[in-house]
Structure formats: structure tokens, C-alpha cells
Design a protein around this ligand. Structure first.
Ligand code: OAD
Length: 260
């Protein structure tokens, strides 16, 4: 670990402790170390699957087998396990510093790691919904032998994730906006911050007085104008170090103002 990274990790630990109420916004980079490809990096999902053909809601009505081909691949990868970054965020919540995670990810890994307050901004791929009768099915109960899978009513099933052309679920949108307004620090982890409205949440947080701290191996459009600082690195490496720094600081007797 170089000195810059070391001092930024220490700074983030202190900021989280001092600010008391943090929220996290996560993207696909959060799960990269669990073996799930991101969308826009080299080797990412959109390199293999044209999102207009495979990830647009319209395709469920014209050629529903097509999006399911992609979902089938995602489904096998997404049986991945949470990585140390997911576990660190769950730990931050248990310690009383993190109010919740707003995630664009549909892989359920935050929930599996033990985070209890997770806002599923883009839905969750572990469930499917019938486009005809709206019945929900756990993904593991669906056979992907014949595509598209269908409901008992013969309607086409769709993963309960947000596809292009679909709105963000209203409750998730409201909760995410509120969480962004209320937090005093937002960790923005593993997202390229180019897809709206998710990408507007850090700005809402900033304009409401929060500090914005990015964790990402690359800079993003937020880095120069919205973020207070960025810790360049991988979520699965940086987040556990922040948690352990907070523990060290609290053992050293630094005051810990918990969630306000
Ligand atoms: P992207 O693929 O656009 O961005 C992934 C980000 O993760 C990049 O900024 C990477 O630098 C970063 N990254 C890669 N490895 C990382 C690691 N180990 N730790 C931390 N960061 C890492 O994915 P998203 O920003 O999640 O929407 O994409 C947003 C939305 O676009 C997705 O939810 C999806 C997609 O189209 C829908 O499908 C509706």
C-alpha cells in the first residue's frame, strides 16, 4: 500500500467516524472481485451483449428468448459469493456508521453479505415476474432449459431487474433520493456513474451537504466536480482497510459519533 492510499484510507475512516451517517452507492465494480464482470470495462457485459438487443424491455415483447440468453449467463455467474468489500459494508452497518446501501447491482450479494438496509435501485435478478399476471418467482425455481421461461398462466417471465426503457421502481427511487439527502457522507463504490438517475444521487448528496468519497480503480465523471476525493483501488481491498482503520481509531479512543 503506498503512502497516498494509506493516508486516504485513514482520512476516509476519520470522515466516516466524524460524519456519523453514511450511505453507500454501489455499482458493478463492487462485485468484480466476486467474479461478476462489470458492464463497461474491457470484457464487460455490454461488450458481449448489445444492450439494445439484449437488455431493452421492448425485446421481452418481440423476441423474449433473447434477453433470457443473457440472463442465463448472468444467472450462473451471479451464484457467486460476496467478496471482502461486501462484507466490509455489512460490518460498517453493524458498527452503526452506514445507514444503508443503494445498489445498482442485481446480484443480491450485499444482502448475502449481511447488509440489511439495501435499496435495490435496479431491481434484483434473483426474482422473476410474470409480465401477464405479475406473479413473482424465485429465480432458482425457474427452469432455463427452454427460453423464455413462462408463468403457469403462460405469460412470459422477466427477471425483476430494471431493463433499459423501464422506470426505476418508485419506492426504490424515493428511498434512494431520501437516503442521499439525509446522509452526511456518501461512499460511491465501483460505478462508472454514467447511468441516470443513479448517477444523480451523489450530486443530490453533495448538494444536501454530504461529503462524497469514491472508491474505484478509475476516475469517473464525478471525480472532478462532485467527489471530495477518490481512493484509487479495488473495493474488496479498500473497504476492509477502512473498517480496520476505524477499529484502530476507536480503540485509540477517538470519539465515535454513531448514526444521527
Ligand atoms: P460499469 O461497467 O459502467 O462501471 C463499472 C465501474 O466499476 C467502473 O468505474 C470500474 O472502474 C469500476 N471497477 C472495476 N473493478 C472494480 C473493483 N474491483 N472495485 C471497485 N470498482 C471497480 O457498471 P455500473 O456503473 O454498475 O444498468 O453500471 C451502471 C448500470 O449500467 C448498471 O446497473 C446497468 C448498466 O447498464 C442496467 O442494466 C439498468
Amino acid at each position: 500500500m503506498n503512502r497516498t492510499m494509506e493516508s486516504l484510507i485513514r482520512r476516509a475512516a476519520e470522515d466516516i467516524m466524524e460524519r456519523g451517517t453514511a450511505a453507500a452507492l454501489t455499482g458493478s465494480g463492487m462485485s468484480a472481485e466476486s467474479g461478476i464482470p462489470t458492464f463497461r470495462d474491457k470484457g464487460g457485459f455490454w461488450e458481449k451483449y448489445d444492450p439494445n438487443l439484449y437488455a431493452h424491455i421492448g425485446t421481452f415483447f418481440t423476441d423474449p428468448g433473447k434477453p433470457w440468453q443473457m440472463v442465463k449467463e448472468f444467472d450462473s455467474i451471479a451464484r457467486a459469493q460476496p467478496n471482502p468489500g461486501h462484507h466490509a459494508l455489512a460490518e460498517l452497518e453493524r458498527m452503526g456508521y452506514l445507514k444503508g446501501v443503494i445498489t445498482q447491482n442485481v446480484d443480491n450479494l450485499h444482502q448475502q453479505a449481511g447488509s440489511s438496509n439495501v435499496i435495490e435501485f435496479h431491481g434484483n435478478m434473483r426474482r422473476a415476474v410474470c409480465l401477464n399476471c405479475r406473479r413473482y418467482y424465485p429465480m432458482e425455481e425457474i427452469s432455463l432449459e427452454v427460453l423464455p421461461p413462462r408463468c403457469e398462466c403462460r405469460g412470459v417471465l422477466k427477471p425483476d431487474a430494471v431493463f433499459f426503457g423501464e422506470p426505476i421502481p418508485a419506492i426504490a427511487l424515493r428511498q434512494a433520493q431520501e437516503a442521499s439527502q439525509q446522509c452526511r457522507l456518501m461512499l460511491v463504490i465501483g460505478t462508472s456513474a454514467v447511468i441516470y438517475p443513479a448517477a444523480s444521487l451523489p450530486r443530490i448528496a453533495k448538494e444536501s451537504g454530504a461529503m462524497v468519497v469514491e472508491i474505484n480503480p478509475e476516475t469517473t465523471p464525478l471525480t472532478d466536480h462532485t467527489s471530495d476525493y477518490i481512493i484509487i483501488g479495488k473495493a474488496g481491498e479498500i473497504l476492509p482497510k477502512i473498517v480496520s482503520e476505524i477499529r484502530t481509531l476507536s480503540r485509540a479512543g477517538k470519539e465515535i459519533p454513531r448514526s444521527r
